[in-house]
Design a protein around this ligand. Structure first.
Ligand code: BTN
Length: 326
């Protein structure tokens, strides 16, 4: 019903629509229309009302509902199934449950807010209402489970390219799964998988993009280490960000399925902010520093320690040390 009312407004852009016309069109009473208008206002729609002329839409909130996104996605696979929620605990959890039940490859699970967003290493992910893209994509790739970690690199490359197209040319990748702008985090990626020894059943690529969060809206502990597209001077709708990311991710994924990860690894090296820099690696029971020299063909980070030995980092929390280059 609310969607029908919004469609009415969209068809009559900038004009008043009478309550009677809406009630006739929706086959409900004018009181019911009034209640729905109130509900839309509570969701952030600015609607003017006049006893004589009816209702007029002044502005819409930056939603990613199917109605707002329809016609903007140019992809064939990613977004072929669009699961929208106004609020959820974590889109990765929803996507996982859907994938177990057989959801199609390319399914997007997206929410206006997450109340228990999840990050890597048991961390949380700040996901306020309509201020970012909180979404998870289900893939069912044909390659072996040992290749799966490279899907995170693939997503990071695709998102960075999308940001460059949107005008954020300073966006760079920090291994394995962060996108930073001038040292501050703007995107996090959480990849989860279910597989047997020889076959991937599904991969969930969870993507969190800070779109319009302002500095003072972040929790205090994030204010100096996080940023958003808006804070970097990029004013863009969430739908546009979604469509641009989907476009690059699909192109990258199709290329990987056909030709392998060679191109992703090459692009990753070009878009990385850490190669040649001194890094501190924090593993569960170990911590050391060295220079991040390269990623290997499996996507592991190669770190040359100060004694000349080379460590292959498979998983860990990395911090880039201030300005020290090789
Ligand atoms: C990280 O940097 O630690 C990864 C953060 C990943 C956040 C996204 S938001 C959408 C999806 N749902 C989640 O609960 N997490 C991912």
């Amino acid at each position: 019903m609310r969607d029908t009312i919004i469609e009415f407004f969209k068809k009559n852009e900038g004009k008043f629509v009478s309550g009677q016309a809406m009630s006739d069109g929706c086959n409900v009473s004018r009181t019911a229309i009034w209640k729905h208008i109130q509900a839309l206002r509570n969701r952030g729609y600015e609607i003017e009302s006049s006893t004589k002329k009816g209702y007029r839409l002044i502005s819409s909130p930056d939603l990613v509902s199917p109605l707002e996104v329809e016609g903007n996605l140019t992809t064939k696979i990613i977004g072929c199934n669009y699961q929208y929620q106004e609020s959820t605990e974590s889109t990765n959890t929803v996507a996982r449950n859907l994938a177990i039940k057989g959801a199609k490859e390319g399914t997007i699970v997206i929410a206006e807010e997450q109340v228990a967003g999840r990050g890597r290493i048991q961390r949380g992910w700040f996901s306020p209402y309509t201020k970012g893209l909180w979404m998870s994509i289900i893939l069912r790739p044909p390659f072996l489970p040992m290749e799966a970690p490279k899907c995170t690199l693939m997503a990071a490359v695709a998102i960075t390219k999308a940001f460059h197209e949107l005008g954020l040319t300073d966006a760079r990748i920090k291994w394995p799964n962060d996108i930073l702008v001038n040292g501050k985090k703007i995107v996090g990626i959480l990849t989860e998988m279910q597989s047997s020894m020889e076959q991937i059943h599904f991969i969930i690529i969870g993507i969190g993009v800070n779109v319009s969060i302002k500095k003072d809206e972040f929790p205090e502990e994030l204010q100096e280490i996080a940023t958003s597209l808006a804070m970097e001077g990029i004013s863009v709708s969430r739908t546009k960000v979604l469509a641009t990311i989907a476009k690059y991710l699909e192109a990258q994924y199709l290329d990987v399925c056909e030709n392998g990860f060679k191109k992703v690894l090459e692009d990753w090296r070009k878009l990385s902010m850490m190669l040649g820099k001194e890094v501190q690696v924090n593993e569960i029971n170990n911590s050391y520093t060295g220079f991040a020299d390269d990623i290997d063909c499996d996507g592991n980070l190669m770190v040359t320690l100060h004694d000349g030995s080379v460590k292959r980092v498979v998983a860990g929390d990395i911090s880039v040390r201030a300005m020290k280059e090789k």
